[in-house]
Design a protein around this ligand. Structure first.
Ligand code: ZN
Length: 306
């Protein structure tokens, strides 16, 4: 089974190449519900058959000015570790010019040092493509995170195994919103099985779990990834590897992107200004009186990164 997961992850790695989009890609990253919705409907309404793909490519070739040689020479500044079921890719969300973004996806944008595909993609991004920012991009309403909550029998065993780390996070998190969601789904008196249906995408606990999953990925990246070796070897040789890691979450309803305030970079380097609005709750800055019945939760300590 593990090999199948690796095969799946490898397939996502194969797609981890610079994304080439028409320059006039619609902008979805606005605080405008209607803009995000209309972008979705316009971009997908006619794409059903292989012939639709062919016609789309024909149109793309006519309108996009692809300079393959130039693209090959330029380094993409950004690498995204995203989710398979996020229907909008980072190039669309950030209105990215051709060649400026590469992506590596898996279900629920997870990172683990045991994921050879992700490790290889990150190594390639740093050493060969010289990216400057690695961003774990979660998204609210994520079906992978939803599966981790519901543990639905309808989900494939492989998928449930893949999201097991998020299930564990859900089961053990002491973040207020997640505790409330967990409690609300427990079997109650007179109801034997508890709540089995998925929570709505705007449920505070569901959103919090999406955020905590991104934070977990960034924490893992900080501890175990090739970045650690790169920072270490760079400091010994006085070379500079200015790669920064960030955790962001995309809101599919509003189109907004939120910062989880967990960025890190090379030791001694100032984290670049992050203009995206930070999520206060995700920073675990609740005062104790706001957390009735919950002991002070474990906070992520990224203090040494700044
Ligand atoms: Zn997802």
């Amino acid at each position: 089974m593990l090999s199948i997961i690796f095969l799946f992850a490898f397939m996502t790695l194969v797609s981890a190449r610079p994304l080439v989009l028409p320059a006039a890609t619609p902008l979805a990253a606005r605080s405008d519900h209607r803009t995000a919705q209309s972008t979705l409907s316009n971009s997908t309404s006619k794409l059903h058959t292989l012939n639709d793909l062919y016609l789309g490519n024909e149109k793309f070739r006519q309108t996009a000015r692809i300079q393959a040689d130039k693209l090959a020479e330029e380094s993409p500044p950004f690498m995204f570790l995203g989710c398979v079921d996020n229907r909008l890719n980072p190039s669309t969300i950030f209105n990215a010019p051709a060649g400026s973004v590469i992506s590596h996806n898996n279900i629920a944008n997870q990172y683990s040092s045991k994921d050879l595909s992700a490790e290889a993609a990150i190594a390639h991004a740093i050493e060969s493509l010289h990216v400057q920012h690695i961003i774990i991009l979660g998204h609210y309403g994520c079906k992978g995170v939803e599966t981790a909550i519901t543990n639905s029998n309808k989900a494939a065993r492989l998928v449930k195994d893949w999201v097991k780390p998020i299930s564990d996070l859900y089961a053990t998190s002491r973040r207020r919103e997640i505790v409330r969601l967990r409690d609300s789904r427990l079997p109650q008196r007179g109801k034997d099985n508890g709540v089995k249906s998925p929570p709505p995408a705007d449920d505070a606990g569901f959103r919090a779990l999406v955020e905590e999953n991104v934070k977990k990925g960034v924490k893992e990246l900080r501890k175990h990834s090739i970045l650690t070796k790169a920072y270490s070897s760079a400091s010994k040789s006085n070379e500079s590897i200015d790669v920064f890691v960030h955790g962001l979450v995309y809101d599919e309803v509003t189109g907004e992107v939120h910062d989880l305030h967990i960025s890190f970079g090379p030791p001694g380097k100032q984290i670049p200004h992050i203009p995206f609005k930070a999520i206060a709750a995700a920073k675990n800055i609740h005062r104790n009186k706001d957390r009735p019945g919950i002991s002070t939760g474990k906070t992520w300590n990224f203090g040494g990164a700044n």
